[in-house]
Every structure is written in C-alpha cells, then in structure tokens.
Design a protein around this ligand. Structure first.
Ligand code: SF4
Length: 135
C-alpha cells in the first residue's frame, strides 16, 4: 500500500502573485480612504466569483472609490506595485491587467506619481459615470 503524506500547502494552493511594493511607498493615504468604513469583501472577490456577480461587486467598490479623497494616491500605488488583487483607486483587477500588459516591463513605473502618469487614461475612466452605469 502506498504511504503518501498529505499534500503540502504549496501543492494544493496555486502560486499567488504578490504585489511588488515600491521602496518609496508612503501609506498616509490609507488612513484617509473611504473604504476604511466599508466591508473589505466588497473590494476583494471570493475565489470562484465570476461574471455578473464579480461585475456587481466591483461596481459597488468603484462607487466607494469614486468619492474617495485619496483615489489618485491609491491608484498610483496599485499600478506601481502591480497589485494583483482587489479594486484599488477605482481600478478593478481586469483594468489593471490591461495596464500591466501595455506597460514596458523594462521601464516599469516605480517612482511616486509615475503610475498615475503611465495609466492616466485608465485611471480617469475607471470611475466614469459610463463605467459606473450612472451616465
Ligand atoms: S480609492 Fe478606493 S480602495 Fe483606494 S483608498 Fe479610496 S476607497 Fe479605498
């Protein structure tokens, strides 16, 4: 009879990408974020959430971000850190994936403010009335 030990955590869980936190990051804006009063589950999807359920939750998070006083700081951080999960600065995961794919990895924006400049169009559009369905 084969004696096999139970699978380790690494065998069961897929390898998760991690954010690449820039060395100059400052976190003051997190204390001012509108999401401090929100359920974190609104901003981070459950493992198997797809389709309309994900779109609906993302939209709810974006509505919070739309009125947030530190949205640009948050979006800049998320782009620079290549945050893989959650809604940050009004940008959903799929919106950030489009940005990450477009940006040249050799000259990736890492310094403060470079994320905003590199993804200005997407950041502005992320919480537009059209995207939020309130146009
Ligand atoms: S922009 Fe959104 S995710 Fe970022 S701090 Fe504000 S409410 Fe939170």
């Amino acid at each position: 009879m084969c004696q096999r030990s139970p699978p380790s955590y690494l065998e069961v869980m897929p390898q998760q990408p991690l954010a690449q936190v820039p060395s100059d990051v400052r976190w003051f804006w997190q204390d001012l974020g509108s999401c401090r009063e929100s359920d974190p589950l609104l901003f981070f999807h459950p493992q198997r959430e797809r389709g309309s359920a994900r779109a609906k939750r993302d939209r709810g998070a974006k509505l919070v971000c739309a009125g947030c006083p530190v949205r640009l700081e948050c979006a800049d951080y998320a782009v620079r850190a290549r945050e893989p999960y959650g809604v940050w600065g009004g940008l959903s995961e799929s919106e950030r994936e489009v940005i990450f794919a477009r940006l040249d990895s050799r000259h990736y924006p890492r310094a403060q403010g470079e994320g905003l400049r590199a993804a200005a169009r997407e950041i502005a559009e992320a919480v537009s009335p059209r995207v939020l369905g309130i146009a």
